[in-house]
Design a protein around this ligand. Structure first.
Ligand code: NAP
Ligand code: HSE
Length: 439
């Protein structure tokens, strides 16, 4: 057997601790697969006195991550710190030093991936990032390799474990948003800044990466429409159920003749769809290829060992590829770099077509519903279902809930402005997109 491959871990928190545990526990199987032992020899942390999830007896710990990146004994650097400033400097330096890199950092890849992969290609090193999307689900490998015979038409997924956990606990147990978020943080699911999870930014990072490898377009985080779950109220979860839908936080990417559409937002999904039944911290990604049709990929989307599973798989891949010429390796973003569509047009949110759930508060007077219906009709928006909820005792306002057929978002926005201006309508209209996921 060849000498062990030496790993320098940057970060020994939830994911870093999991990586050490998996590498230690499954050392024999991993070595049989990789053809060499894989050993974490060094790790960097912020606080040397903190207790760790893993046994660090045989690991040299330091508070100086750059010392690992510059250590000639280390073969592969694994970046598990997070963030985009320090992590970018460390990763670029590791590449410049000729080291292969594995990272779970979706923010880094979504924002700086184009630069990082350019540098990696120049240096002939691998930057692997399976754990950056959907935790333990091997979705990067699946799209990049398993589906490489297909023209991928669209993909949709639940790609943030924290928000799915929150929405599930709210729906199943009626728990309060803030309590569930605290639990998600304690379980190690949430980002260090959890607003990234609940405002959809983390899912947008992941969707940006999925769209790039699915369609052969550059990483373009700015073009991804981002909306989180903080505006969703328990009453919307309840009304959605009455119509036969579940509210999920969805990432959606589609290639059309007009351009590439990338968006993350809450969506009503028909309750019979498999995606509607993906609960808790689980993630799932539905990929539609022209040859294979729909394929669904399901698994834990966050947490210590599920994420470590993906990081370790990348390490095994890196070790197996050490003897392969750089130009014969799987391209970082799935397509050969010189074929990536540089001037790709990306669609704005007003260009997209969707069906919608609308909830509005109205005075309980005759004719209100007719006014709303006539505005929608004048805008060419047809109604699929409507329900008017009786006012609660002592209240004079009713909730009108509507489901529309598919329409361009710009037309819906114009109609909403007109409906909100009606004298009988109170406050803002709640609008949630509705995705049937059938085409
Ligand atoms: P974490 O538990 O907060 O761990 C971060 C580690 O990095 C800690 O060991 C911390 O040191 C160290 N660190 C933080 N800031 C640092 C700095 N400025 N300089 C040096 N070291 C620093 O985070 P995590 O959950 O493991 O996440 C790590 C990465 O994996 C992130 O990019 C995250 O988005 C990604 N990810 C996480 C999950 C998940 O389920 N948690 C899943 C997929 C991807 P101390 O321990 O001493 O504080
Ligand atoms: N905070 C992320 C989530 C971690 O909840 O999905 C996994 O990427």
């Amino acid at each position: 057997m060849l000498n062990p491959i030496k790993i320098g871990l940057l970060g020994l928190g939830t994911v870093g601790g999991g990586v050490v545990n998996v590498l230690q526990r499954n050392a024999r199987e991993i070595s049989r697969r990789a053809g060499r032992d894989i050993q974490v020899t060094h790790a960097s942390v912020r606080d040397l006195n903190k207790s760790r999830l893993c046994n660090t007896e045989d690991i040299v710990l330091t508070e100086q991550p750059m010392s690992l990146v510059n250590n000639p004994e280390i073969d592969v650097v694994v970046e598990l710190i997070g963030g985009t400033t320090r992590a970018r400097d460390l990763v670029l330096k590791a590449i410049a030093n000729g080291k292969h890199v594995v990272t779970a950092n979706k923010a880094l890849i979504a924002l700086h991936g184009n630069e990082i992969f350019d540098e990696a290609q120049k240096q002939g090193v691998i930057v692997a990032f399976e754990a950056a999307v959907a935790g333990g689900i091997p979705i990067i490998k699946t799209i990049r390799e398993g589906l490489s015979g297909n023209e991928i038409e669209w993909l949709a997924g639940i790609i943030n474990g924290t928000t799915n956990f929150i929405l599930t606990e709210m729906r199943e147990k009626g728990r309060a948003f803030d309590d569930v978020l605290i639990e998600a943080q304690e379980l190690g699911y949430a980002e260090s800044d959890p607003t990234f999870d609940i405002e959809g930014v983390d899912a947008a990072h992941k969707l940006t990466i999925l769209a790039a490898i699915a369609f052969g377009v550059p990483l373009n985080f700015e073009a991804t429409y981002t909306e989180g779950i903080t505006r969703i109220e328990p009453i919307d979860v309840e009304y959605a159920e009455q119509f036969g839908y579940r509210i999920k936080h969805l990432g959606f990417a589609r290639r059309t003749a007009q351009g590439v559409e990338m968006r993350v937002h809450p969506a009503l999904v028909p309750e019979g769809r498999l995606l509607a039944n993906v609960d808790g911290v689980m993630n799932a990604v539905l990929v539609y290829g022209d040859a294979v049709g729909p394929t669904l990929h399901y698994g834990a989307g966050a947490g210590s060992e599920p994420t470590a599973s993906a990081v370790v798989a990348d390490l095994v891949d890196v070790v197996r590829s050490l003897t392969v010429d750089p130009e014969n390796r799987v391209p970082h973003l799935a397509f050969q770099p010189d074929t990536i569509t540089k001037n790709q047009r990306f669609l704005g949110i007003e260009d997209i077509q969707s069906a919608y759930y609308l909830r509005m508060e109205a005075d309980d007077l005759p004719g209100v519903l007719a006014h709303v219906a006539s505005i929608l009709s004048e805008s060419g928006i047809s109604i699929e279902a409507v329900s008017q909820k009786e006012p609660r005792t002592g209240e004079t306002q009713v909730n009108i809930v509507l489901l529309t057929h598919r329409v361009q978002e710009k037309l819906l926005n114009e109609a909403i402005v007109r409906i909100e201006a009606l004298p009988d309508i109170r406050g803002e209209i709640m609008r949630i997109r509705l995705e049937s996921l059938s085409q």
